[in-house]
Ligand binder design. Structure first.
Ligand SMILES: N[C@@H](CCC(=O)N[C@@H](CS)C(=O)NCC(=O)O)C(=O)O
Length: 217
């Protein structure tokens, strides 16, 4: 049986198929892991606003991504999925050493808080800046990737989140990552231009359409 992965389809285009309709940083993380390991897989796009019956059977919580390593056993949660992929397809190793595994992990929740914030004095911008600054310092000391010369699991988790951050904050708030965070800029450029990333990233339009209802809620 084939390796299969169900991922989030872009808002407004659930019926068409194609890589360009992918959305969702957790889904992209799983695809990036498979791409970097050159695993062949089948991708199924799920319209989260109209979940098919067969999907709810394999993902009772109704969440994507879900993954099946070819044995028909469906697994949820990108943390667990990427671990299982690493065990099943160990080459090339994408293991991030435990001491670096959580680098950048607070950036996504800080970004979402700032994106949704309607009160400029609530500290959410500062909280995000602090997290980005910490990443910049880590990369300056240990970069260019989180674990040095080679890309690893922590980068494949953080990269899609930074991509969403960059596009959504610029669009909805006219906000950009400060230029003085030079290592973060070099890092995003290196990650976003990887073949795996180019192949699996959402379009700008779909990414913005995905966040719009959350920002305007
Ligand atoms: N912790 C999970 C998060 C997955 C998640 O939150 N998925 C969202 C989409 S990005 C989802 O499927 N939500 C269900 C829905 O919107 O109905 C992971 O890392 O895989």
């Amino acid at each position: 049986m084939a390796v299969e992965v169900c991922v989030k389809a872009a808002v407004g285009a659930p019926d068409s198929l194609g890589d360009y309709l992918l959305a969702g940083p957790f889904s992209q993380r799983v695809l990036l892991t498979l791409e970097e390991k050159k695993v062949t897989y089948e991708m199924k796009l799920i319209d989260l606003s109209n979940k098919p019956e067969w999907f709810l059977k394999i993902s009772p919580e109704g969440k994507v991504p879900v993954f099946n390593g070819g044995d028909g056993k469906w697994i949820a949660d990108s943390d667990v999925i990427t671990q299982v992929i690493e065990e099943k397809f160990p080459t090339p190793s994408l293991v991030t050493p435990p001491e670096y595994a959580s680098v950048g992990s607070k950036i996504f929740p800080s970004f979402v808080k700032f994106l949704k914030s309607k009160d400029a004095s609530d500290g959410s911008e500062k909280a995000l800046l602090d997290e980005l600054q910490a990443l910049d310092e880590h990369l300056k000391a240990h970069g260019p990737y989180i674990n040095g010369e080679n890309v690893s699991a922590a980068d494949l988790s953080l990269g899609p989140k930074l991509f969403h951050l960059q596009i959504a904050l610029e669009h909805f708030k006219g906000w950009k990552i400060p230029e003085n965070l030079t290592s973060v800029h070099a890092y995003t450029q290196a990650l976003f231009s990887r073949e795996s990333f180019v192949k699996t990233k959402p379009t700008k339009e779909h990414l913005i359409a995905g966040w719009a209802p959350k920002v305007n809620a």
